[in-house]
Design a protein. Structure first.
Length: 386
């Protein structure tokens, strides 16, 4: 079956008003989170002050019998240009079931301007659309194409700082967004400890607690914070350093041999993950299936990690059907991350996920068994990405 069309599209869902009034605003609306730009006071307060205004972009791939699949990524217009202007014309007429060949072609096609970063986002959208299309053509959910479920259900952990609400939803593992970094000095270090201590007291000793540092630290600060937080038994410390600081990752591993380290959200293609495995810099690798190159790239990362005894936990994997299916079928990926954006009090059914996407219930999730990724998205909701 040949590919007859590939295009970047915009998804516009029908209005879905919430029937439940929130108890309070979501933590994400105003909470300070340490980040790579925290050293600049003008934009320190909130990531929205400096992040680009680009929206999500979808990719639609159509086979010659009219069947189509969808994939999704971020960073809108620049990524849409890579899909429409470069990848699509080169892949038309290729076998739509040859996902490994097509992934390799895209990896090599993007070499002149760099396969990482924005190009990797574009490749991810196309690759996910191809897997969705493959599942629909074969009448199978994607997780079955990957070998079938590796467990009855997937354990989910939540990310965010509304811990009381997440406990009500049934989660038993919690990842906090770290508020302060090196720019906040000793006072920030103290306030980070107080922040983590409060969360540990809320969840008790029988729940897991993690801390997301979102590229905000240098090695020295990460070491000091880890030592300060040692009494609170963090399951892992996440993405302490900017992703390009490879030497820093080696040094951090050497200086914190006792602390479980996780990273990889902002690494692209399978190459840096192979480096991380060879150098033993992380216990947990966290590719984003919508950013790093798609499902095909995540399979390569997981195979290498499994051989080395390293865990793979997708960044935001529970928030997309793509990540749900991958995790369900991958032995080295035991947990799903669920970022909870809706405010406390609003049921997940009213403000979380896309039509057809499975929701976490009491801290567990089972993906849809519909063909492809199981998303129930209508063609009339799609428009060319101009």
């Amino acid at each position: 079956m040949k590919i007859v069309d590939i295009r970047a599209v915009r998804l516009t869902l029908p209005p879905r008003p919430s029937a439940t009034a929130p108890r309070r605003a979501s933590w994400a609306e105003d909470a300070e989170v340490a980040n790579p730009m925290s050293r600049y006071p003008r934009v320190k307060r909130h990531r929205s002050l400096w992040l680009p205004p680009w929206e999500n972009v979808w990719c639609k791939v159509t086979a010659e019998d009219g069947t189509w699949g969808l994939g999704m990524t971020a960073h809108g217009r620049p990524v849409a240009a890579v899909i429409d202007d470069h990848l699509a014309p080169r892949l038309l007429g290729e076998d739509c079931l040859a996902v490994e060949t097509l992934a390799d072609m895209m990896f090599r096609l993007t070499k002149p301007y760099g396969s990482t970063g924005l190009a990797s986002y574009a490749v991810s959208a196309v690759d996910l659309a191809l897997w969705d299309l493959r599942g629909k053509l074969l009448g199978q959910p994607v997780y079955r194409l990957l070998g079938g479920p590796t467990r009855e259900r997937i354990f989910c952990y939540c990310t965010g700082n509304d811990v009381d609400w997440y406990r009500e939803l049934g989660f038993r593992a919690f990842k906090l967004a770290c508020p302060y970094g090196p720019a906040d000095g000793l006072d920030g270090l103290k306030r980070n400890e107080e922040f983590v201590a409060r969360a540990r007291e809320q969840i008790g000793d029988e729940a897991e607690l993690m801390l997301d540092c979102w590229m905000a630290f240098d090695v020295e600060y990460a070491v000091r914070l880890a030592e300060t937080l040692r009494p609170y038994r963090l399951k892992w410390l996440e993405e302490c350093l900017i992703p390009e600081d490879f030497d820093g990752h080696v040094e951090l591993r050497e200086r914190l041999p006792w602390q479980t380290l996780a990273t990889g959200e902002h690494w692209y293609t399978h190459v840096p993950f192979g480096w991380a495995i060879r150098h033993g810099v992380a216990d947990i690798l966290q590719p984003d299936i919508n950013w790093c190159g798609g499902l095909t790239t995540c399979r390569r990362i997981a195979a290498a990690a499994d051989a080395a005894g390293v865990t793979v936990l997708l960044h935001g994997g529970g928030n997309t059907a793509f990540g749900q299916h991958f995790t369900y079928a991958t032995p080295s990926s035991p947990w799903l991350e669920c970022f909870i954006g809706p405010p406390p009090g609003v049921p997940l059914e009213e403000g979380w996920g896309l039509p057809g996407q499975a929701l976490p219930r009491d801290g567990w999730l089972v993906p849809s068994d519909a063909p492809g990724f199981g998303l129930e998205l209508r063609e009339e909701w799609l428009a060319p990405f101009f």
